[in-house]
Design a binder for this molecule. Structure first.
Ligand SMILES: [Zn+2]
Length: 367
């Protein structure tokens, strides 16, 4: 356990203790005041330790993965307390738990939420920010010390990011059951919440812009439960999975974008385990390309899905294939009758014609 973790642990222990202590003090006001003072002291201690740790982190090469936060839907915030750090507050919940939360009022000043902010256009950066305008690489702090992260959906990927035939798949496809909850990945503000008729293939779509400057896209939803302009927290349910728009079966089409340019979401998230791979992400311009500042081509996605299905059926058929060893006197007609098939099917399966000579001892695929 390092010093920061130790300090955190102390903080977790002290908070409930203070609550207990507070009940025996004469007035609530006194106890609250004392509690605030103590919390401020603890916070200052943690802040200085974290600063020290961030200096040492620069030489640390191994990225630190972040586990998904727990988010319970029916817990309600009942009060907030200052934490000693203006950007952070302490929120008390009705189940006697508490956690640190980013102060949204603080974040709202950020130009992240004003530049190219458009609640109807899916790609507001297009024609405004070119790929060549972007720096060669940019350090993106995915989560801060509050570790506000939640996987959008946990599953093994059906279709990866990248080139498919001649076109680019702008995100990853995660198969799901219609109605499965979909979560906000980081804290942020909903920029797009639009129905199928307005998203050109994405179906019911939600786009969230995050404090860290990234945008995440959640496509093909069966239901959207947040609206444009709403502030959301990592782990909040934003909608339910489905198959709306151009889709071949229920799945989440999930994209990560920076200034409108898509990059592989697997660089950030291990979708199988749901873990965020690192706290800080070095986004290189080479991860992006000029073609990515565009909408997903779902016609291509549909074709791809059909092709995959055909290939799977072919594979299955091959696994169930049956063979017949040719004996003296065998004819295609007799073999067809014996296995309940036709001569033309036998020819098709074996790439032969009706006149091909059957060689004794050879195997013929019959199913
Ligand atoms: Zn997709």
């Amino acid at each position: 356990m390092n010093r920061v973790e130790k300090a955190r642990k102390v903080r977790y222990l002290i908070f409930p203790l203070l609550f207990a202590a507070g009940s025996v003090l004469n007035t609530q006001a006194q106890s609250l005041e004392r509690m605030r003072e103590l919390l401020q002291e603890i916070q200052q201690e943690v802040d200085s330790l974290e600063k020290e740790q961030s200096r040492t982190l620069r030489v640390q090469e191994k990225p630190q993965p972040v586990e998904s936060v727990e988010y319970v839907d029916d817990v309600i915030a009942v009060d907030t307390l200052p934490s000693g750090n203006e950007a952070v507050m302490i929120v008390l919940f009705n189940d006697n738990t508490w956690k640190y939360l980013r102060n949204r009022n603080y974040v709202k000043d950020s130009e992240v939420y004003t530049r190219c902010w458009d609640t109807t256009k899916l790609f507001p950066y297009r024609d405004v920010v070119a790929l060549s305008d972007l720096p060669r690489s940019v350090d993106i702090q995915l989560v801060d010390s509050l570790k506000c992260y939640h996987y959008p959906y946990k599953a093994s990927i059906r279709s990866k990011f990248g080139m498919r035939r001649r076109r680019k798949h702008q995100g990853v496809d995660l198969p799901l059951k219609t109605g499965d909850p979909i979560y906000a990945t980081f804290n942020g503000r909903v920029r797009i919440s639009l129905p199928s008729s307005k998203t050109g293939g994405y179906g019911n779509l939600i786009v969230i812009r995050h404090d860290n400057g990234l945008e995440t896209f959640y496509g093909h939803l069966s239901e959207r439960i947040v609206h444009a302009g709403e502030w959301v927290e990592a782990g909040q349910i934003i909608g339910y999975g489905g198959s709306t728009g151009r889709s071949t079966g229920p799945h989440l089409h999930f994209e990560t974008r920076y200034c409108g340019q898509s990059f592989d979401p697997e660089r950030l998230i291990d979708f199988q385990s749901g873990i965020l791979r690192r706290e800080t992400f070095l986004l290189k311009r080479s991860y992006l390309d000029i073609h990515s500042n565009a909408s997903q081509d779902f016609e291509d996605e549909e074709d791809e899905a059909k092709e995959q299905k055909r290939a799977e059926e072919e594979k299955k058929a091959l696994a169930n294939a049956q063979y017949h060893r040719i004996k003296s006197g065998d004819t295609l007609g007799a073999i067809a009758i014996r296995y309940g098939t036709t001569v033309s099917r036998l020819c098709q399966l074996n790439g032969i014609s009706r006149n091909t000579t059957l060689r004794i001892g050879r195997s013929l695929r019959v199913k």
